[in-house]
Ligand binder design. Structure first.
Ligand SMILES: Cc1cc2nc3c(=O)[nH]c(=O)nc-3n(C[C@H](O)[C@H](O)[C@H](O)COP(=O)(O)OP(=O)(O)OC[C@H]3O[C@@H](n4cnc5c(N)ncnc54)[C@H](O)[C@@H]3O)c2cc1C
Length: 452
């Protein structure tokens, strides 16, 4: 058995950051990761700095390209980043019929003024930099270690791997992502609400001729055969081999028996209202995701196991929120060792910070509502909705929680018009407010694969 002060599971932004700070603070740390190449990105991620233009999870972080650092001024830290990046200017939403584009922020005006909304960057480059700091400070890294169980006792927390090696730490940090095995085996998922399993692909493209290239672009879409709601999202990438990232995904659970998402991508390329953008497009490479949509943990702590990043939140704490969590958890653990309080009391500062930043900072139900609304609507409804919104650019935002509010405000001003033009649509909107989310997403839950 290998013994450390702290065992960190998962080398994503949350785990790498925790390991870096703990080892800088002089603790003995093991970082376990099931991938062989620790920082290789195999899961879909847009990798935007989330978010530069407004507060999000009680922070407003930004890339400072002069100093080559991502700065978190309110949480009070920065991380090195000397990799490539790509600015973009607004958020556009495209209707399924190709007739309406809703702009959150005026693309042309912002581009002309060089007013970026945020940047995309290379997640692997970021993680390589953080991991190097951790290793330089003595962190031991263990690739190809698939954690299958975690058991707490009065002596410490044991971590069991499929490979047979057992690790033990006074604390264990569960930074194992959105489908956290540790949340599953410790029974923490039994304390959460479940909304479905989202599956999709991330494609890297060249020769893609979208109207607003340097933007966060979101195409609403329904699967051509089974009519389930999907989204395609395109952003520019900073990579030399591919100009664009295109995300194609069901936004609730896929149909029973699964679905050929690459087939649907090909359908988009050839037969959708946006086919002209894809005439010469080539796919350079792709990755994928399967992510379970849980409500947040009631608390990010259980018997000396501390949950950081996506493992504790709903769908995505984002790379930035996960790094903030890693930093805060690591400092709380350091204090616990200093004060010889190897218990909940010792790491209380992290628990309080997490509660204020995540459940009190953003309402997770807002993001689940976005998925739920598309379950209630069909393609005609979405085309009509977008026709109401595309008169002039709306307020700029990249915050999905705030985008919801901006759109709601416009709709509230147009209730009289909707009542006259499309009373059925109004009835669906009213139903979406009146029916509990859990009820709306029942079909999604039935089709899903929960790690309960
Ligand atoms: C489509 C999509 C787009 C996104 N876009 C953005 C964006 O633009 N900006 C942004 O900031 N965030 C974005 N995110 C979210 C972001 O990717 C995550 O929030 C972030 O990576 C979470 O970090 P984490 O460290 O908590 O977990 P992860 O990054 O998921 O890392 C978890 C690590 O644990 C490892 N692991 C898992 N299970 C085990 C096990 N049993 N044993 C050992 N190792 C294990 C995994 O291999 C992985 O390396 C996006 C996510 C998706 C799905």
């Amino acid at each position: 058995m290998k013994k450390f002060d702290v065992v960190v599971v998962g080398a994503g932004p949350g785990g790498c950051m925790t390991a870096k700070i703990l080892s800088e603070n002089g603790l003995s740390v093991a970082l376990l990761e099931r991938k062989t190449d620790m920082t290789q990105i195999t899961r879909t991620c847009a990798t935007m700095v989330a978010i530069e233009n407004e507060r999000y999870f009680n922070e407003r972080m930004y890339l400072n390209e002069k100093n080559k650092r991502i700065i978190f001024p309110e949480t009070g830290f920065s991380v090195p980043y000397d990799g490539p990046f790509c600015p973009f200017y607004n958020w556009n939403m495209y209707s399924p019929d190709g007739k309406h584009t809703v702009q959150l922020g005026d693309y042309k005006a912002r581009e002309a003024q060089g007013k970026r909304l945020s940047v995309t960057y290379s997640k692997q480059h970021l993680l390589d930099g953080i991991l190097k700091d951790a290793v330089d400070n003595g962190c031991r890294v263990f690739p190809s270690m698939n954690v299958i169980d975690v058991v707490s006792s009065s002596g410490g927390v044991k971590v069991y791997t499929r490979e047979g090696t057992i690790f033990e730490g006074a604390f264990v940090v569960a930074a194992d992502g959105v489908n956290s095995r540790i949340a599953h085996v410790t029974g923490m998922n039994k304390k959460r609400l479940f909304y479905g399993t989202m599956t999709g692909l991330g494609l890297y493209l060249n020769n893609f001729k979208i109207t607003y290239p340097d933007a966060f672009n979101w195409i609403a879409f329904y699967h051509h055969a089974n009519r389930l709601p999907m989204a395609f999202v395109a952003t520019p990438t900073p990579y030399s081999d591919a100009e664009f990232w295109l995300w194609g995904s069901f936004i609730s659970s896929p149909p029973e028996g699964g679905a050929d998402i690459m087939g649907e991508v090909k359908h988009l390329f050839k037969h959708s209202a946006y086919a002209q953008w894809f005439e010469d497009t080539e796919i350079v490479r792709h990755n994928c995701h399967v992510l379970n949509m849980w409500s947040p943990l009631p608390t990010p702590y259980l018997d000396n196991i501390i949950f950081v990043g996506d493992s504790a939140w709903t769908v995505e704490a984002e790379c930035t929120g996960s790094m903030m969590g890693g930093l805060k958890a690591a400092h709380a653990i350091t204090t616990a060792f200093r004060d010889n309080k190897i218990n909940r009391e010792g790491v209380k500062s992290y628990i309080t910070w997490w509660e204020n930043t995540f459940p009190k900072g953003e309402n997770y139900r807002d993001i689940i509502t976005l998925f739920g609304i598309f379950e209630l609507m069909d393609e005609d409804d979405v085309n009509y909705l977008f026709s109401l919104l595309d008169e002039k650019p709306l307020d700029v935002t990249l915050n999905p929680y705030r985008a919801n509010q901006i759109i709601n405000q416009v709709i509230m001003q147009k209730v009289g018009q909707i009542q006259k033009e499309n009373p059925q649509f109004l009835a669906k909107l009213q139903a979406s407010a009146a029916i509990p989310l859990e009820k709306i997403l029942e079909p999604s839950v039935r089709r899903a694969f929960p790690n309960v």
